[in-house]
Design a protein around this ligand. Structure first.
Ligand SMILES: Cc1cc2nc3c(=O)[nH]c(=O)nc-3n(C[C@H](O)[C@H](O)[C@H](O)COP(=O)(O)OP(=O)(O)OC[C@H]3O[C@@H](n4cnc5c(N)ncnc54)[C@H](O)[C@@H]3O)c2cc1C
Length: 429
């Protein structure tokens, strides 16, 4: 197959990149699973926005503080400054955010000093992603291929010239392209307890490692403090931080509060682990009692229904919660235009690291960051476009017999190496 631009991944970052690329370019978008099975669909809490100029300093400071001041300030500035325009664009695509009397309603999550998060019930990700997907489906220049797993990039003369991967029948195919955008999401599938879809296994990171493409901080992994405790296998169900933002309390096994529920995620997680140890339990409790029943049913209908299905009525009783892997702050190192260290190769969304989140992501900054920097990648590709000679490339499937296990190990090893490096650095400091 041949295209002008190939995009791996159909979450918000891949979709928004496609929507912002020139209509005269032939784009192939491949995705590992079904289209709707991306983490973007799962986002509950919402998406941050600069609600007024007066909030700039506070929003900037909250993002930096949550990120332990390791954030790239320029990226943070770009994200905040672009936020209103991106939200207006989403509304043009038909996305509906909760409003009262025509004005946005803002909610709050941990480490935000003021409410600045837009939401649609507790299914904001579904609302945004389904509208972007509908818009992409209407584009004549985009071909979508489901159940196509990118297993490698094509490297020629040190540049990226497309991808190779396995289609739904298990046949290996190549897609030659002038530009490649990796939008393959996070790494939760590598962890036993994660809120992410299981098929998100950081494939793009392993591919980057194989080709000497730079990674940044692969050990910066966010653990979400509150996911519904379950002994079942599979993805863990998130209890959005905005539930705590609206007043829910964390309780020990005796029903007593033990921490500030709205401290940054890494701090709350550490406190929960300590409490679990003290209580000798694999969970702590979260009580939604302080939230009026009407608010629970209106703002958090998805959480309410899911917990009910699992045997808990959150309007009447506390639920057991446990921290789980949730988000990947590290990733493929990119500049402020989402370009990787390899020419013609871009990375966007959770798989990329432009430094916005520093060491720890501020809640509800990731959808925004994914959108802002996906658009910048598309704009940069458009501005600098040059054509390559697209040759037929015949990949050898034998070279990829054990690639899944090898890729998994490569990513986990890279995380461990970086973790040790950071530990050493902290000891020396
Ligand atoms: C439960 C949950 C709640 C969240 N809540 C919020 C929130 O309220 N606010 C917020 O800002 N963020 C939230 N997030 C984080 C946010 O949803 C993600 O960071 C963001 O959606 C990532 O978008 P993405 O496009 O990078 O990746 P994804 O949406 O995960 O998409 C990745 C895509 O890549 C595809 N893919 C993966 N590997 C390959 C491969 N090898 N070949 C081809 N395709 C591949 C996948 O199939 C998928 O289509 C939440 C995340 C979770 C899990």
């Amino acid at each position: 197959m041949k295209a002008d631009i190939v995009i791996a991944g159909s979450g918000v970052s891949g979709l928004y990149a496609a929507l912002n690329l020139p209509r005269d370019k032939k784009i192939i978008m491949v995705t590992k699973d079904e289209l709707e099975r991306s983490d973007s669909y799962l986002a509950q809490g919402g998406i941050c926005v600069l609600k007024s100029e007066d909030d700039y300093d506070s929003y900037f400071e909250d993002t930096m503080h949550a990120g332990h001041y390791e954030n790239n300030k320029q990226s943070v500035d770009i994200m905040i400054r672009s936020s209103r325009d991106v939200i207006a664009d989403l509304e043009r695509y038909g996305v509906r955010f909760t409003k009262e009397n025509g004005e946005f309603v803002y909610t709050k999550e941990g480490a935000h000093s003021t409410p600045r998060i837009l939401f649609h019930e507790d299914i904001t990700g579904r609302e945004i992603t389904s509208h972007l997907l509908a818009a992409v489906r209407k584009l004549d220049n985009v071909t979508i291929i489901e159940r196509f797993t990118v297993a490698d990039i094509i490297e020629t003369d040190g540049e990226c010239r497309g991808v190779v991967g396995f289609n739904r029948d298990g046949d290996m195919k190549s897609i030659a392209a002038d530009y490649t955008i990796l939008a393959t999401g996070g790494i939760g599938g590598l962890f036993t307890n994660s809120t992410n879809y299981r098929h998100l296994t950081g494939d793009a990171l392993a591919i980057a490692l194989k080709h000497g493409v730079k990674l940044r901080n692969p050990d910066y992994i966010q653990i979400h403090p509150t996911t519904l405790y379950s002994e079942k296998h599979g993805r863990r169900f998130l209890i959005s931080e905005s539930v705590r933002g609206e007043g829910a309390l964390l309780l020990d096994n005796n029903g007593n509060r033990f921490t500030d529920e709205l401290a940054p995620r890494d701090v709350v997680t550490a406190e929960i682990y300590k409490q679990m140890e003290k209580d000798g339990k694999p969970y702590v409790w979260l009580s939604l009692k302080p939230i009026p029943e009407e608010t629970i049913k209106k703002h958090f209908p998805n959480i309410y229904r899911h917990c009910l299905k699992e045997g808990f009525d959150v309007t009447k009783e506390p639920i057991p919660v446990v921290p789980s892997q949730h988000y990947f702050m590290g990733g493929i190192d990119v500049d402020e235009y989402s370009k990787t260290s390899m020419d013609r190769l871009y990375a966007v969304g959770e798989t990329a690291c432009n430094g916005v989140h520093g060491k720890n992501r501020l809640a509800s900054n990731s959808l925004l960051e994914s959108l802002v920097f996906a658009r910048r990648a598309a704009e940069r590709i458009s501005e600098t476009y040059s054509v390559t000679e697209k040759k037929d490339y015949a990949p050898n499937a034998d070279d990829y017999k054990n690639y899944k296990a090898e890729y998994r190990k490569a990513v986990l090893d890279a995380i461990e190496r970086e973790r040790k490096k950071h530990e050493q650095h902290n000891d020396d400091a």
